[in-house]
Design a protein around this ligand. Structure first.
Ligand code: NAP
Length: 532
């Protein structure tokens, strides 16, 4: 070890929601821990995605930490769904309250992590220096590497080029400008109504339309907040027993067994109250294509009611199963297309031929000052495969995952001893409320490290068999649903050259049950202190 190589018990990569809590846990266990964060601020997703309209589509009372009773009682959210800046304020409050900030190395970027089989330690190299650590924990998020697709001529554009996932901190002034946005996923659906208010023209370049449900956002209902806070832990527990780990997604009723008139009137109520929970309004929407079509049709009819121009409305109507791509939640998205300054361009009918210095050529030339890419992320694996993570025999994680990411429980990967991922592939992660899923993983990792210490184990590693069987289960479950029938970032379809494999585990309660069983059986499927 050279003078510059500082040794830690654990290095945590990332200071977002998961990195902060992981650090809190390990610090309290008395471990020496370093957190490395690429940005000059904490917050992860909420730090990077600062586009106008950025808002969490999980209710504020659920999208918050539960590990500290005082914290969950003292913090008051101003709205039913929190805007990005308020979530950042909350995360800063958490970091201040628990004295976390001073131990984070900001503006430092991990380039390589390499396992040394002789010492059983990791060497973590950054743009600044090298660290040696026993445990290497990736808290790098599921949606953190922006997808920047190859669009012909993009490099010749001379106007302002923005990506929703790397939005500048300074306020952008679009007044009287011609703005184009490419992509119509959640980020775009949130930002379009905000941007449309100021611009001269907004050109929306759409490849695939999305289903979106109104958020029905508003100021926090103080009575609801008080009721939840009076029984916060029971509320959290109840939510964790629902399929997606969210409140009010537990309806057992089936469309296939219900009267259609009643279904439609229930949908009407859900449309006006529920946001994402619309998808869970009936238990068979995710699993029965006919029932799914009833829900999909309800939303298509809503789009046609809201959007005045029926040609535009038709283009905005998705044709695939509702939920196949991540459902969106909006504030006035479809209504925005009734504005005279908003224009929808269907890329299927007329693809982008070229981007020039000041225009986009498609069915016609669109002169623009600003071009916004709202083109998503290399989801679930991108943050790990964009680094060099070298395990046993110097195998690179990106090579091991070339044919599809395999992980045991979304927590550990064979050949990568003492490496943990928080909400990795094969865990509910993006198909759940991320906050409790993150807390579940952080608690598990901390407990596992504690157990290893008590039981004189130095190295943990998942077996290839456990990992293979786990990913088979992930896919077996997914194949029973509509999720695998649509091209989406859940299965890598949005990134050229990425293996097309479905990655999230569907079903929070089943996942929790399995995780608890495996843990109780002394970490079945993991091996400890494997000899080289
Ligand atoms: P996304 O859902 O992946 O949407 C990307 C959009 O860009 C899609 O419409 C895609 O079209 C389009 N696109 C990609 N490459 C293109 C190309 N070469 N030419 C034309 N169009 C192209 O990304 P996102 O909107 O950033 O959202 C990602 C996820 O982040 C969400 O699903 C959600 O989980 C999360 N998120 C959450 C919130 C929230 O909590 N409120 C907000 C924002 C994001 P295709 O569909 O045809 O590929």
């Amino acid at each position: 070890m050279t003078d510059k190589e500082t040794k830690y018990d654990a290095v945590i990569v990332g200071a977002g929601v998961s990195g902060l809590f992981m650090f809190y846990k390990l610090k309290n266990m008395g471990l020496s821990v370093l957190v490395i964060e690429k940005s000059d601020e904490l917050g992860g997703t909420w730090n990077w995605n600062r586009y106008p309209g950025a808002r969490c589509d999980i209710p504020s009372l659920e999208y918050s930490y539960q590990f500290d009773e005082e914290l969950q009682q003292e913090w008051n959210w101003s709205e039913k769904y929190s805007a990005g800046p308020e979530i950042l304020e909350y995360l800063n409050h958490v970091a201040d309250k628990f004295d976390l900030k001073d131990y984070i190395n900001f503006e430092e970027e991990v380039i390589q992590a390499k396992f040394n089989e002789d010492s059983c330690l990791w060497s973590v190299s950054t743009n600044r220096q090298k660290y040696v650590t026993k445990f290497c924990i990736f808290a790098t998020g599921c949606l953190s590497i922006p997808n920047k697709p190859e669009i012909p001529g993009l490099e010749s554009f001379e106007g302002e080029l923005l990506h929703t996932a790397t939005w500048p901190r300074e306020e952008q002034n679009f007044t009287d400008k011609n703005v184009a946005i490419i992509g119509t996923g959640s980020s775009s659906i949130q930002t379009i109504p905000e941007i449309a208010k100021d611009v001269k023209n907004l050109y929306v370049f759409q490849r695939t339309p999305n289903y979106s449900i109104p958020s029905n956002n508003g100021p926090m209902d103080k009575d609801v907040e008080a009721q939840v806070k009076a029984r916060y832990s029971e509320f959290r527990k109840e939510n964790s027993l629902n399929g997606f780990g969210l409140a009010s997604l537990s309806d057992e009723a089936m469309i296939s067994e219900s009267d259609l008139e009643e279904v439609n009137s229930q949908f009407e109520e859900n449309w006006n109250t529920s946001g994402l929970a619309f998808f869970g309004g009936y238990a068979d929407i995710p699993v029965d294509v006919n029932s799914n079509e009833v829900a999909a049709n309800f939303v298509r009819n809503k789009i046609k009611e809201i959007v005045s121009d029926q040609e535009t409305a038709e283009k905005l109507c998705p044709k695939y199963h509702i939920g196949g791509k991540r459902l969106c939640v909006d504030t006035g998205y479809f209504q925005t297309f009734n504005r005279e300054n908003v224009h929808l361009i269907d890329l299927n009918a007329s693809p982008i031929k070229n981007v020039n210095s000041n225009n986009i050529e498609a069915d016609q030339d669109y002169e623009i000052d600003v071009l916004i890419l709202a083109t998503g992320f290399d989801a679930m694996t991108g943050a790990l495969t964009s680094l060099d993570i070298l395990g046993r025999n110097e195998v690179n994680l990106k090579d091991q995952w070339k044919e599809g990411a395999k992980s045991y429980l979304g927590l550990g990967v064979s050949n990568f001893p003492n490496l943990f991922t928080i909400t990795g592939p094969g865990s509910p992660s993006v198909l759940s409320n991320m906050m409790p899923s993150i807390e579940q993983h952080v608690n598990w990792i901390a407990d596992c490290i504690g157990w290893m210490s008590e039981n004189n184990k130095s190295v943990i590693e998942s077996t290839k068999t456990a990992e293979d069987e786990w990913m088979e289960l992930v896919n077996e479950i997914a194949d029973m649903t509509i999720f695998t029938s649509t091209q989406s970032w859940y299965n890598g379809s949005n990134i050229e050259d990425k293996a097309k494999a479905f990655l999230p585990f569907i079903g929070v309660p089943v996942y929790t049950e399995k995780l608890e069983e495996i843990t109780a059986a002394e970490y079945q499927g993991f091996i400890f202190d494997k000899s080289n």
